[in-house]
Ligand binder design. Structure first.
Ligand code: ATP
Ligand code: MG
Length: 633
């Protein structure tokens, strides 16, 4: 390995000599058969990594560690919903995965077949994902909170031979039955799976469809001594498909490879997350999202770490639960989302110091812009380093962050950091396609080929892959992230919001993020959303929706009016009158996707009296109704 100590040098190497760079990173994983070519880019923008190489994700996550740490924890499962806990060593996990793989094979699943998972956060979900990887089946995990309609469209798109599910999930102590939604979804879908494998948690009774539905516990007993060898896969075979969050519209089915993904994750564990074998990684995400795939299931185990999988809310039984888990399991690397931190912000900050979190080297946050006030609040309250990282379902691992495994670059609140190795990131003018200068706003774009780990294509739709991602910037075949950014003099990039969310007030282009940052710097505000609303005079005006840290401060009309005035004065002072929202609505909650992202497009539609569009990924439709009411009142 070259001796490199600066991130910029490391980055340059990765761009100027892609094959040399990734060829070296490839040694972070085990190859059953070496690749013959690092990169095949003969059909742009489709990139094929580690051509001809044979490997397996399950082998690299589990089997590979059996020789050195078979009895160390691999999967730690904690549920505050069912008050249960289970710790599986690498050896035990290996056995369970082989049992699950044997069941899948018995049910007719083989290499290349799709297996759809509609599951709560239970160990069997992780075991099923590793089992798919082991036998070369393609998993397609659908977030367990989705309703029948969203699930049906994903069943139809993935066309799975097998669906694995459970009787129920549980949220805040409330049992959420899964089977009725699943049965309805299969009913609605044209594609029918041959079998449904049911994990019975005994939370709620459910109906079984004769011949189709089979019971996991019973089949597991039949395969108690199963030995299922690893199926070696060519690096470019498909490991999984996963849908984007659907924040901006219809979700896209991201398709991922095997070898490139394994190498990219192993490299990120070394250079970005800095996790070591024998330590514990805790990601509070859900396996239904990309963070769950990359940093609950695959990344930590690739690095020989234990992964902590948590079923429960961040405030149940109390707002100290996440930190209690950090203390108990001596978590060294943690991953969460700004939306979870904003939930904690409404609670007593004393919870942040009640437990010993000194084992934690860093808390990584991703998924939405991390506003400076929230970053400061958690960083000061917890006293541990906070690292923002910016990426997408499509990329599978961070595009912008800092890489403390290479260089201890200082962080700046409000910015995720700089382009990661492998990503040739440019900020481009959306109209001309030209690169913008420092301190000027542009679309965050990546010059292809995309690095290993990124999507190969859109599942079943190469055309959509090219037309969605590679034609957004005129005159250039570059990958568009559909996010807006700005780079400062020190090379730090700030994400300003999505390209759809840009507001044009009397000819001034404003990112909603900038105004949100300002509104949320008001001490009474926990979180907020800003959207553009059509205006006859100015083209568009900004409208803000703010949720208070202490709801009782906005109970009366007079209180709300006083707060609105206060917030408007703050925006005036920080950004100038052009950014001043026409209104600041004090609301009880913001409409979010199931993955915790603010649905600005739906709020905007309400403001403009339009239909809010595709709401299949919304967390709680009631919130939108309350906002509509507050717009009328
Ligand atoms: P869809 O593409 O279906 O509309 P989505 O973009 O919300 O949904 P994800 O892939 O889950 O789906 O989210 C990626 C997006 O989340 C990024 O493009 C960006 O807008 C936002 N994001 C993620 N991390 C950060 C971050 N650290 N800072 C700012 N924005 C972030
Ligand atoms: Mg997106």
């Amino acid at each position: 390995m070259k001796a490199i100590h600066s991130l910029s040098e490391f980055h340059q190497w990765s761009i100027n000599d892609r094959e040399g760079f990734w060829g070296e990173q490839a040694s972070l994983i085990y190859w059953n058969k070496p690749f013959t070519k690092v990169l095949d880019y003969s059909r742009p923008p489709f990139a094929r990594w580690f051509v001809g190489g044979e490997t397996n994700l399950c082998y690299n996550c589990i089997d590979r560690h059996l020789a050195t740490q078979a009895d160390k924890p691999a999967l730690i499962h904690v549920s505050t919903e069912t008050n249960s806990e289970r710790i599986l060593s690498f050896r035990e996990l290996h056995k369970e995965v082989m049992r699950m793989a044997a069941i899948m094979q018995q049910l007719g699943v083989s290499r290349g077949d799709r297996v759809l998972l509609y599951m709560p956060m239970i160990p069997e979900a992780a075991i099923a994902m590793y089992a798919c990887a082991r036998i070369g089946a393609i998993h397609s995990v659908v977030f367990g909170g989705f309703a029948a309609l969203s699930l049906a469209s994903r069943i139809e798109d993935a066309a799975p031979k097998l669906i694995i599910s459970a009787d129920a999930g549980s949220r805040g102590g409330k049992v959420v039955p899964y089977k009725p939604a699943l049965d309805e979804a299969i009913e609605r879908s044209e594609h029918k799976p041959a079998h449904v494998l049911m994990v019975d948690r005994k939370l709620t009774p459910f109906a079984r469809v004769e011949g189709r539905d089979v019971d996991y516990a019973a089949l597991r007993l039949q395969h108690i001594n199963a030995e299922v060898p690893v199926t070696w896969l060519e690096s470019n075979e498909v490991s999984y498909t996963l849908y984007t969050s659907g924040t901006t519209g219809k979700p896209k089915g991201v398709q991922r490879d095997v070898g490139g993904y394994a190498v990219a994750l192993a490299a990120s564990m070394k250079y970005i997350y800095c996790g070591k074998p024998g330590e514990t990684y805790f990601s509070s995400s859900d396996i239904g999202w990309v963070v769950g795939h990359s940093y609950i299931i695959y990344g930590p185990l690739l690095a020989g770490m234990a992964t902590l999988m948590y079923e429960g809310l961040p405030i149940c039984p109390d707002a100290g639960i996440l930190w209690q888990l950090v203390e108990r399991f001596k978590v060294t690397v943690m991953f969460s989302a700004p939306t979870a931190i904003r939930v904690l912000k409404k609670q007593d900050p004393a919870w942040l110091t009640k437990y010993d979190t000194s084992s934690l080297r860093a808390l990584f946050l991703a998924g939405e812009p991390l506003d400076e006030p929230t970053a400061r609040w958690i960083s000061e309250g917890l006293g541990r380093p906070i690292i923002d990282n910016y990426w997408q379902t499509e990329t599978g691992w961070p595009i912008l962050t800092v890489a403390h495994g290479i260089e201890k670059t200082p962080r700046k609140f409000g910015s995720p950091g700089m382009p990661m190795y492998g990503y040739d990131v440019r900020l481009l003018d959306i109209e001309t396609g030209e690169e913008v200068g420092t301190n000027q706003k542009g679309v965050v774009a990546i010059v292809p080929p995309l690095p290993p780990g990124c999507l190969q294509t859109v599942w079943g739709d190469d055309k959509r892959f090219v037309s969605t991602y590679f034609t957004a910037v005129p005159g250039k075949q570059v990958y568009s992230t559909f996010d807006w950014g700005i780079r400062d003099d020190d090379g730090y990039t700030f994400i300003l919001g999505r390209t759809d969310d840009v507001i044009n007030v009397a000819g001034h282009r404003l990112g909603t993020r900038e105004i949100e940052e300002s509104v949320s710097s008001h001490a009474a505000v926990a979180e907020c959303a800003v959207v553009g609303m059509a205006d006859q005079l100015k083209g568009q005006v900004a409208v803000a929706f703010a949720v208070l840290r202490d709801a009782s401060r906005g109970e009366s009309k007079a209180q709300r009016e006083a707060l609105e005035k206060d917030i408007l004065a703050l925006v005036d002072k920080q950004l100038g009158a052009v950014a001043r929202p026409a209104r600041v609505h004090i609301v009880g909650a913001l409409p979010k996707t199931r993955s915790g992202k603010v649905l600005r497009r739906a709020i905007q539609a309400l403001c403009e009296g339009r239909d809010p569009g595709d709401l299949t990924t919304i967390e709680d439709p009631q919130v939108l109704r309350l906002i509509a009411a507050s717009l009328q009142g």
